[in-house]
Design a protein around this ligand. Structure first.
Ligand code: HDE
Length: 734
């Protein structure tokens, strides 16, 4: 990875988060050590070691002999190593994270008194961990799965953990079902297959047996489950929380993160290939963007329902399998988060961070959402087995405000609390509870009257309306992708009972969907379906997503060259890509120096064609130059790069002699190319045959209908993918 730089001290300084109290980075400084060449190797107990290479031995005249167990240095090394592993998270084991800051730009004081949501002058440090759900810690990033989006706010009133996903609903309504849904999704018990996949019998058996999962599995089969980047995902708290204002009024609330870069996904074939070609694709992407200073940002939104309106909807607002449609409850954007600092060390920070949904601050509360209440138990409990009872003392988890109480002891306790009493009340009045005025957390005085019963409210029993709403709201390409996802997943189910039932279930959403999938996967083709209400909610579609400012910042653009490349096109494009904050990656026929057509310049490519693949970039540019184009034209891998990038709907740019190369590689009459000095854009293949002086040094504005070559090339990249290519069915023909 050419663009992953080692973290420098300057960068650490640069990223220090705001001067106000609650600066988590300086708090972590107390536990952070810098490794330097001035320091000498020691044991954990501080004694300097003379070697790290040879175990103490009883040597003979040939200097060979058995190891002596008495060697404390060697024993320490081996025994410490033997115990390096801790249990991985039971779900969301694979993840990555970053530090950042959160700020509200509009006070939400009408609904909450929590300063983190009302004080616009405050910057709250955060750590965010993104994750997949089903795979183990070493699994691939780009698998089809829900993504976790968990945020720890280090507020001055204590920790607030907002533990969300990139999909706004969940598979189940009641927490008691969580072990079942996860067991069914994880590798099957007899042979531990498959890894990090929902494409297997048990997962789909569970889905059929739980009609409440229908809405969520539609989302999980959509493009949301194969994001292009963690930076291009929405985040949702999913559960219904509550906010309490200074007047003591309570509102129900759902929390949302919306990315500045828009919501974008990979295409499935690309995701499959990336899982092998670059299993750390999303990890590296986040790291690289932050190292390059292109900090990802999200708007923070709340959907609020006054307590009195709780029962005014045709769904239960405490049911986590339902969204609150925006036309009924609009999202109000009140804040912004930026991630701007990579962790210093993965294990003590990203691995040991421990989120608990039960961690909220005064002004924020829970609801009777039966999924949330179970979560409030589970997270704390799981951290105890994963990290130990003192997990909240770990540097990454400890609050930035004072912590004082009578909790004591347990494995690995390291806070030393002075004093002779460890209980309340005590004769010294040490550490008394706080009043409401002093910031003490006061539970909302909710009236609760009930009989013990294992039941759900009537509205929880309706399971198909919103699954239909989601399907109806998808654009044509998104519908295609969902159909293809079902075709793939159900093809991986060998049991005819499983796929046969599932195609019947699909008829509860849309008969056409069910029939198309049934034909392909081999189930009985349904003749009748549940009537579809026909309603839509445009905000659910990511291709129809509210327009974001067109940008190519942080996009990876490959420049394919061989000896004899045209130096003018090459350097013009390289400079413009860099200026637009995108990442130019020079891909050569070899990684040793490649020389330009006039011999004036040479460049050492970042990678060669075999080592790096088209899947790892967002777009492709091929400059002219007779020699370069001739070599590329004879190279099967180069042709594959062009064809694959076309198939994955990526923007392709070519100038000079490379126009013919692209034309030949794609070989479709529908895709036409430039035949003169005019810029030509056909299905996102942007070509310019004759380069005139200045053609590639124009000031680039990324706007629709722009005339210049780079303008047109960049505009196409900013649109993420060329959907017209897919709608015309061209992408599968190369
Ligand atoms: Fe989780 N979930 N979950 N979950 N979840 C965990 O806690 C659980 C649910 C989510 O980056 C575990 O620390 C139950 C919904 C994320 O460290 C565990 C139920 C949502 C993460 C747990 C749910 C999530 C977890 C495992 C149903 C979206 C990773 C390790 C009642 C809002 C956090 C851990 C990280 C992790 C339990 C459902 C999101 C076992 C019982 C709904 C992002 O406690």
């Amino acid at each position: 990875m050419a663009n992953i730089l080692p973290q420098t001290m300057e960068k650490v300084q640069h990223a220090v988060l705001g001067p106000r109290g609650g600066d988590k980075v300086s708090d972590l400084g107390k536990n952070t050590k810098e490794m330097t060449n001035k320091m000498r190797l020691t044991t954990d107990y501080g004694v300097k070691q003379t070697t790290a290479d040879d175990w103490l031995k009883a040597v003979d005249k040939d200097q060979a002999g058995p190891l002596l167990l008495e060697d404390p240095f060697a024993r320490e090394r081996i025994m410490r190593f033997d115990h390096e592993r801790i249990p991985e998270r039971v779900v969301h084991a694979r993840g990555t994270g970053a530090f950042g800051k959160f700020r509200v730009f509009e006070s939400a004081e009408d609904v909450t008194f929590a300063p983190v949501l009302t004080d616009t002058s405050r910057e709250t440090p955060v750590f965010v961990r993104f994750s997949t759900v089903l795979g183990s810690r070493g699994s691939a990033d780009t698998v089809r799965d829900v993504r976790g989006f968990a945020t720890k706010f280090y507020t001055q009133e204590g920790i607030w953990d907002l533990v969300g996903n990139d999909i706004p609903v969940f598979f189940i309504q009641d927490a008691i079902k969580f072990p079942d849904v996860i067991h069914a999704g994880k590798p099957e018990p007899h042979n531990e297959v498959p890894q990090a996949q929902s494409a297997h019998n048990n997962f789909w058996d569970f889905q059929y047996n739980h009609t409440e999962a229908t809405h969520m599995f539609m989302w999980a089969m959509s493009d949301r489950a194969i994001p292009r980047s963690y930076r291009m995902m929405q985040g949702f708290g999913v559960n219904t929380f509550t906010l309490i204002n200074a007047k003591g009024e309570r509102h129900f609330v759902k929390f949302t993160w919306t990315p500045e870069l828009g919501v974008h996904s990979l295409v499935w074939d690309e995701a499959l290939k990336l899982a092998g070609q670059d299993p750390d694709f999303h990890r590296k992407d986040l790291w690289e963007a932050i190292e390059n200073g292109v900090y990802p940002k999200w708007k923070f939104g709340i959907q609020v329902i006054p307590e009195a309106d709780e029962h005014k909807f045709d769904f239960d607002i405490l049911d986590a399998t339902k969204i609150w449609p925006e036309d009924l409850v609009p999202t109000r954007y009140i804040g912004e988060m930026e991630l701007n600092r990579n962790p210093d060390e993965f294990f003590p920070q990203t691995e040991q961070i421990a989120f608990c949904t039960s961690h909220v601050v005064p002004g924020i509360g829970f609801s009777d959402d039966p999924l949330l209440q179970g979560r409030n138990f589970s997270y704390f409990d799981t951290q105890i087995s994963r990290l130990g009872v003192n997990f909240q003392e770990l540097p990454i988890n400890r609050p930035v405000c004072p912590v004082m109480n009578f909790n004591r002891d347990g494995a690995m306790r390291h806070t030393i609390t002075r004093g002779t009493v460890n209980y309340w009340p005590n004769r010294f009045e040490i550490c008394p509870p706080a009043s409401h005025e002093e910031g003490g957390y006061v539970e909302y005085a909710q009236k609760v009257v009930g009989m013990k019963a294992r039941m759900r409210s009537e509205k929880f029993k309706e399971h198909f309306n919103q699954a239909q709403l989601f399907w109806n709201s998808m654009s044509a390409v998104e519908k295609n992708h969902i159909i293809n996802a079902f075709m793939f997943e159900l093809d991986h189910c060998e049991d005819p009972v499983v796929y046969g039932r599932m195609v019947k279930r699909l008829a509860d959403i849309d008969l056409g969907l069910a029939q198309t999938v049934a034909e392909m996967v081999g189930g009985e083709i349904p003749k009748e379906g549940r009537p579809n209400h026909g309603r839509k909610a445009p905000a659910l579609s990511q291709t129809e997503f509210p327009a974001v400012k067109p940008t190519i910042a942080s996009r990876r653009i490959a420049i394919l060259i061989g000896d004899g490349y045209d130096p003018i096109s090459f350097s013009g494009a390289y400079a413009a890509i860099t200026a637009a904050l995108a990442i130019p990656l020079v891909i050569g026929t070899k990684r040793s120096k490649v020389t330009s057509s006039d011999g004036s310049t040479s460049v050492q490519p970042h990678h060669h064609l075999e080592g790096f693949r088209s899947t790892m970039v967002d777009a492709l540019f091929i400059p002219g130059g007779e020699g370069s184009v001739r070599t590329l034209g004879k190279n099967g891998r180069a042709l594959h790069w062009i064809r694959e990038a076309f198939g994955h709907l990526k923007t392709i740019g070519a100038t000079g002699e490379a126009v013919n190369l692209v034309n030949t590689a794609i070989g479709l009459p529908e895709v036409t190319v430039s035949d003169s000095g005019e810029v030509h854009d056909s299905y996102g293949v942007v070509t310019l045959r004759e380069i005139k002086p200045g053609s590639l040094s124009e000031a680039v504005t990324i706007a629709k209908g722009a005339k210049g070559f780079l303008e047109s090339f960049f505009w196409n990249i900013s649109q993420h993918r060329n959907w017209d290519r897919e709608l015309a069915g061209l992408h599968t023909q190369v």
